[in-house]
Design a protein around this ligand. Structure first.
Ligand code: PNS
Length: 182
């Protein structure tokens, strides 16, 4: 699932989260991350206290399928402290997206706490496109369960899996490409 530590010249950013499931907002941040870092590793937190819709294995598979054609995007899971995980895999950057002011307080607190825990690891915030500033995994699940369309909010593999989980027909015009391409 993981790759070796990057060579010193290759930059690696860890993009941590719950990814339950991955959304187009996450994809937007990954793509922006790839403009700045050589590799971006999506790292899914294994949190026994949360009751996710998708199991860890399913979330890994959804991300893997989404990025099947992009070797610079890696997928991993972690437990324990994020900074310890980042250090272990040789990443010096934690990548996080900030959608709105409401995200800021929690993200600011986490970034400063992570810096206190390990000053060698820097948190870098990126802003998604405005069109994703209101997209969250929680809202996607809620909208889908209430019969709303989520095609523009998640990659096609996720929409298909949501249809399977909730026994809903797959929309006929759902794109077949991994990240929404025809
Ligand atoms: O997608 P989320 O749920 O907003 O991601 C939160 C996440 C995984 C980034 C955060 O909960 C985390 O880093 N957890 C790992 C445990 C840890 O390091 N806690 C201290 C953070 S200051």
């Amino acid at each position: 699932m993981t790759k070796d530590k990057p060579s010193p010249r290759q930059s690696l950013a860890v993009f941590p989260g719950s990814f339950d499931p991955i959304t187009n907002g996450h994809l937007d941040i990954v793509e922006r991350g790839l403009r700045v870092f050589d590799r971006v590793r999506t790292a899914i937190l294994m949190n026994p206290e949360k009751k996710p819709l998708f199991s860890i294995d399913e979330r890994v598979k959804l991300i893997r399928d989404t990025y099947a054609d992009e070797p610079r995007v890696e997928i991993d899971t972690f437990s324990g402290l994020l900074v310890d995980y980042a250090e272990k895999v040789g990443a010096t950057v934690i990548l996080r997206g900030i959608r709105a002011i409401s995200d800021f307080e929690f993200e600011f607190q986490m970034a400063l706490m992570n810096r206190r825990l390990n000053p060698a690891i820097e948190t870098v915030f990126m802003m998604p496109a405005e069109s994703y500033s209101y997209v969250s995994s929680r809202l996607v699940k809620e909208i889908f369960q209430l019969g709303g369309r989520v095609s523009d909010l998640v990659p096609p593999v996720v929409e298909r899996r949501l249809c399977e989980v909730f026994g809903t027909p797959i929309p006929p015009d759902s794109p077949s490409g991994p990240r929404g391409t025809p």
